[in-house]
Write a protein that binds this ligand. Sequence first.
Ligand SMILES: *Cc1c(COP(=O)(O)O)cnc(C)c1O
Length: 467
Amino acid sequence: MAASHLVSQAFLPLRNRHVSISSRSRTVLPIKIRATLASEPATVTASKHCFSKKEDGYLYCEGVRVEDAMQGAERTPFYLYSKDQITRNYEAYRAALEGLKSIVGYAIKANNNYKVLEHLQSLGSGAVLVSGNELRLAVRARFDPTRCIFNGNGKVLEDLVLAAQYGTFVNIDSEFDLENIVMAARIAGKQVKVLLRINPDVDPQVHPYVATGTKTSKFGIRNEKLQWFLDAIKTYPNDIKLVGAHCHLGSTITKVDIFRDAAVLMVKYIDEIRAQGFGVEYLNIGGGLGIDYHHAGAILPTPMDLINTVRELVQSRDLTLIIEPGRSLIANTCCLVNKVTGVKTNGTKNFIVVDGSMAELIRPSLYDAYQHIELVSPPPSDAGVVTYDVVGPVCESADFLGKDRDLPTPTKGSGLVVHDAGAYCMSMASTYNLKMRPPEYWVDNGSVVKIRHGETFEDFMKFFEGL
Ligand SMILES: *Cc1c(COP(=O)(O)O)cnc(C)c1O
């Protein structure tokens, strides 16, 4: 398949190959549209944000009161997205990539909602996969598998065979991974396009759990081993074709110099690889751009800032740039909407207990991550502001959504949101304590539309049927 085919799609105008999304049968809640933000073009600036508190003291999502969405929802907690925000985030990348040959590979692991995937695909996105099932899902959502990239340090043969059959790019992560890719190519009877995942040893200055490109990381090949890999690849000309180099530094990165430092190193490797006769055409700089979780007025780098730091390097070598954003495309498009079960104190600490928990949203428990929390409706006029831990009902002391938050004392049954819950929240949700995975909705054209059913007790019992 010609590289020009891969490249061209990123430049097509907004495609609507699957406009049927909006005409399919769907659940529309009886919600009055209070504002007409939805009538604005979807390609407005990336800085406009979908969730905002208005003068009336209520939190809105694209003109819909979150409290109204709560009234109509199947149950709480639930995830609430803005479809337009997803579009705006994608458009910000597209605008940044203007004039470059490029592929945007959305990292499906950040959020695998099928409707979200269909939407990103319709905007022209490719996909980044870390399992065979993610590849199956991408294909179901009509992503072009030849514009998808299969990543991972422990890819299994069966999944690699699937990737080979679909013509997906595969990143080589280790010696054994190379062996497996060659075997998969033989089983599938297809030559696989591979990129070398090089570990550039650049410190991304993030939580150690989300740093992936340093010397001690379990991902990628050591750069000293580059020649060994090139020699090995040369021995399998029928099975694999080296087309690029890949790195992924980590996640929640808030300084774009880090990407620039890595790209400088990667281009040097590409020069070395080309000097040995390989027709390498792709530089994949991975994902990892952070977002403003703190909502404290910090100015964070945009997709444009990120691409600008590598633009000239990429052009100087006539490369096609692959980027793999997950969080920066989807995190800020969504809130977890919870209902307050009650407020309590243990003498030294005060707690707001909500119905959401680490089962639905584990990032605070797992990484001690901060996600901004606010109430969805004005508190009673006599409510004082108190320092609270916001916790769920799960039987773990690690079950918290936020610590030491100054919030007005909410009434029982009122709404409380955890912001920036679009990435690594629902996709990491579990059913611990038999809290079944929550339903998901998005605001689309001023209406609240269900985009995933809540899981039920009956769903759970199905795993035991006939046993
Ligand atoms: C997780 C992952 C991404 C996405 O990272 P974000 O921080 O969500 O942008 C991209 N590439 C690879 C290889 C990944 O593992």
